[in-house]
Design a binder for this molecule. Structure first.
Ligand code: HEC
Length: 191
């Protein structure tokens, strides 16, 4: 894996790097408050529900291909690895629009990579471009293993919301992830 040798530079308080990662985070948090709202799926009919299921499955397979689980683990709870702890996707409180943005743009100054082919080429991501990181290798945004288009990003966000966010690990999820019952799944208490 190309970014297996991921860098992890603790961002020092009071440095420009700290200010930057702080700014990105503050932005994400502020955006949650503004955009949190009922998900579109709830307002749609049964036909849309079937579409949603297909989208969630597509989201899971896309997340696997993008190697989200390389860092966030198959269960989505994240944990140590790659030199930095990936946040739990089960505990994340980001609203859908913020998930989409985070997947597209990553989080500069951390090991969360970006997946939008054009991220940081123009100012679509937090108003920042690669030029802003010219002398700042520690915070330069990391590129994901593969680029995701808009449809794929949306599907991954829908998968995170439907299967992970706010939920505990279940046997059903485990079997869905691994494509059938495995010994690992047997050990899980919740059906
Ligand atoms: C190279 C490792 C890596 C990969 C690959 C990765 N992530 Fe992350 N992700 C992280 C790290 C590290 C963080 C924590 C960032 C921080 O400290 O703020 C994170 C944070 C997140 C968060 C933020 C949670 C929150 O509440 O702030 C979400 C959501 C997320 N990742 C989703 C994904 C998805 C979806 C993918 C695949 C498209 C993915 N990640 C791929 C390492 C990774």
């Amino acid at each position: 894996m190309r970014w297996a040798a991921a860098r992890w530079h603790p961002v020092k308080h009071g440095t420009a790097a700290y200010e930057l990662s702080h700014r990105v985070r503050a932005f994400a948090v502020a955006a949650v408050v503004v955009c949190a709202g009922p998900s579109d799926a709830a307002a749609e009919g049964p036909l849309a529900a079937t579409d949603a299921l297909v989208r969630v499955d597509y989201g899971l397979s896309t997340a696997k291909r993008a190697n989200c689980m390389g860092c966030h683990k198959w269960h989505g709870d994240g944990g140590p690895g790659y030199g930095g702890a990936a946040i739990s996707l089960r505990k994340t409180r980001l609203a859908r629009a913020q998930l989409v943005e985070l997947i597209r743009c990553g989080r500069p100054g951390t090991n969360m990579p970006y997946f939008d082919r054009d991220a940081y080429k123009d100012d679509r991501c937090y108003g920042l471009t690669f030029d802003d990181f010219a002398n700042d290798d520690d915070n330069r945004p990391l590129q994901g293993k593969k680029y995701l288009n808009e449809r794929q990003v949306n599907a991954v966000a829908d998968f995170v919301i439907a299967e992970l966010q706010g939920k505990e690990v279940t046997k059903a999820y485990c079997e869905k992830y691994f494509g059938g019952p495995t010994r690992q799944c047997e050990a899980i208490g919740s059906p």
